[in-house]
Design a protein around this ligand. Structure first.
Ligand code: 1GP
Length: 257
C-alpha cells in the first residue's frame, strides 16, 4: 500500500504539475547540524516540497542530523542513501534506490539487500526509485561504478527508464551528479525519457538557476532537485532567490496540470 509520503507526492504532482526537492548532504566534514537545520528551514519557507537527505560519501552522524531536520520542518524528509550507511529511522520515507546503469551488482542489488533488514526494522516508508547516471555523473558515478549515459545519446536512458517502469519502480531519477556543470541533464534526454516512460521523472545535478529548473520542467521532469545551490546560496539571502526559483518552477508546472 502506498505510504503517506508517496501519496503526498502523487497528490501534489497532480495539483501542481511539478515539485521542487531540496537535497542536503549530512556530511559533518562539510556542514554543522545547526547549519543544515537552518538550510532545511529556509528551503521550507521558500516553498520547496520535500527535503532529501543523503550523499555519496555519508560519514557518520546521520541519525542526529536527520532527526534534527525532521523535527525542524513540516514538509516530508526523504532519505537519499548513497550506501547502507544512509539509513535512518528519523526520516519520513526513503528512496529505495537501485543504480541501474552501474557495472557493479553491489550498487544494483547488493547494498539494497544488506540494508533491507534495518529498513524493515525501522518501519520507514520506502519509495522504489531507479537511479540513472548521466555524464558527467561526478562523485556518484565514481563511487557507483556507473557506465554513465553520454549526454548526446538520449535514447539509451529511455530503455533503462522503460525497464524501470516494467520492474515496478515508482520514480526514475536522471542524475548528472551533484555539482555537474552545464545546467543539468540535457533537455532532449529529459524530454524523450518522459515521453516514453509513464512513471514520474525526477532529475538533478547542476540545476542552479530558475532558468535551469524551468527548462527541466518544460522538458518533462516532474521533480527537480537542487542541492549545491541550497548549500551555497540560501543562507546568504535567507532563501529570497530560492523562493523565486520555486515560484518559477511552480509556474512552469501549472501549465502541465
Ligand atoms: C545530486 O541531483 C542532486 O544528487 C543535486 O545536484 O548538487 O548539483 O544541485 P546539485
Amino acid at each position: 500500500m502506498p505510504g503517506k509520503v508517496w501519496t503526498y507526492i502523487e497528490e501534489k504532482l497532480e495539483k501542481e504539475g511539478a515539485l521542487h526537492f531540496s537535497l542536503l548532504d549530512p556530511d559533518p566534514l562539510k556542514i554543522t547540524k545547526d547549519d543544515i537545520v537552518e538550510l532545511a528551514e529556509l528551503a521550507e519557507s521558500a516553498g520547496t516540497d520535500a527535503i532529501m537527505i543523503g550523499g555519496s560519501t555519508v560519514l557518520g552522524y546521520i541519525d542526529e542530523y536527520v532527526e534534527s531536520i525532521s523535527d525542524a520542518v513540516d514538509i516530508p524528509t526523504i532519505l537519499f542513501p548513497g550506501n547502507v550507511s544512509g539509513v535512518s529511522e528519523y526520516a519520513d520515507a526513503m528512496f529505495f534506490m537501485s543504480l541501474l546503469n552501474s557495472t557493479n551488482p553491489y550498487w544494483i542489488i547488493g547494498a539494497q539487500a544488506l540494508g533491507a533488514p534495518k529498513v524493515k526494522l525501522t518501519g520507514i516508508e520506502t519509495i522504489p526509485m531507479a537511479y540513472l547516471l548521466v555524464e558527467p555523473g561526478k562523485t556518484a558515478a565514481w563511487v557507483g561504478d556507473a557506465k554513465v549515459f553520454p549526454r548526446d545519446k538520449p535514447k539509451i536512458p529511455v530503455m533503462y527508464a522503460l525497464a524501470a517502469e516494467f520492474l515496478g519502480f515508482r520514480l526514475v531519477y536522471l542524475e548528472a551528479g551533484s555539482g555537474a556543470e552545464g545546467g543539468g541533464v540535457p533537455s532532449e534526454m529529459i524530454s524523450i525519457v518522459s515521453q516514453f516512460c509513464d512513471i514520474p521523472l525526477i532529475t538533478g545535478g547542476g540545476f542552479n538557476t530558475a532558468e535551469d529548473v524551468v527548462r527541466g520542467v518544460e522538458a518533462g521532469a516532474s521533480i527537480v532537485v537542487q542541492g549545491t545551490y541550497i548549500e551555497k546560496h540560501v543562507q546568504a539571502d535567507k532563501g529570497a532567490e530560492l523562493k523565486k526559483i520555486v515560484a518559477a518552477l511552480k509556474e512552469a508546472g501549472a501549465k502541465r496540470v
